[in-house]
Design a protein around this ligand. Structure first.
Ligand SMILES: C[S@@+](CC[C@H](N)C(=O)[O-])C[C@H]1O[C@@H](n2cnc3c(N)ncnc32)[C@H](O)[C@@H]1O
Length: 208
């Protein structure tokens, strides 16, 4: 109850960054998290955890050896998260989602199996949306996935151009009802991208 009040206060102070008046429902949480392969995922990133309704469920479902990096730009939320969870597998990072690579590096990691996002993309300038999706794609493993919910379908075209495939679903038992998207990375495309980057680095470093 106290957490819900803090969420409402955060929304009233900064509605566009907080994105919703109340935390996500358990129905939406289940619909999003059913897209994760819990046996395989060892590095999970959560973008925009807020007060931790997804965090709690991710920690209860993830493998004992897995790590969860939760990144939020609201210092009040990250302070509450640190106080609320004592699980050593959780690393709470106060930062923007554009800095997802730095967030992973804080925990000594370089890449993620899965990214779960609660970010209010619809309220962000298009350049920031694009930057966050690219930064996420860059740290995802070749068979990784990016799972998110959104109240509108606005982001769908950008998800389709960024990722290899996008599946969508819908959860009505949430306020407001939400679309759920599961985006995957194409191993061949990401291998080609890595080769291009490495070729470019070699060319840049090669004597002329
Ligand atoms: C709609 S709330 C979601 C909270 C929680 N995951 C839920 O589902 O109830 C959005 C969260 O994203 C955070 N946020 C917004 N923009 C962000 C950004 N650029 N980087 C990191 N966190 C951001 C907000 O502080 C807030 O905690």
């Amino acid at each position: 109850m106290r957490n819900s009040l803090q969420f409402i206060q955060a929304f009233l102070r900064n509605p566009s960054a907080t994105g919703s008046l109340v935390p996500s429902s358990r129905f939406l949480i289940d619909r999003v998290l059913r897209n994760i392969d819990w046996d395989r995922a060892r590095v999970i990133v959560e973008l925009g955890p807020g007060l931790g309704c997804f965090t709690e469920q991710i920690l209860s479902r993830m493998h004992p050896d897995a790590v969860l990096i939760a990144i939020d730009c609201n210092p009040e939320f990250t302070a509450i998260l640190r106080r609320s969870f004592s699980d050593p597998r959780l690393h709470v990072v106060l930062s923007s989602a554009t800095q997802v690579r730095d967030g992973l590096e804080c925990a000594g990691l370089r890449s993620a199996d899965c990214i779960v996002s609660g970010l209010p993309f619809a309220n962000m300038p298009p350049a920031i949306r694009h930057e966050i999706l690219q930064a996420s794609l860059d740290v995802l493993r070749p068979d990784g996935s990016f799972v998110l919910f959104q109240y509108r379908k606005l982001l769908f075209p950008l998800l389709q151009t960024t990722f290899s495939s996008v599946d969508s679903d819908y959860e009505i038992r949430n306020f407001p009802p939400a679309h759920v998207f599961r985006c995957t990375v194409d191993p061949l495309r990401s291998a080609a991208k890595r080769r291009e980057t490495s070729d470019a680095l070699h060319t840049a470093g090669a004597p002329s």
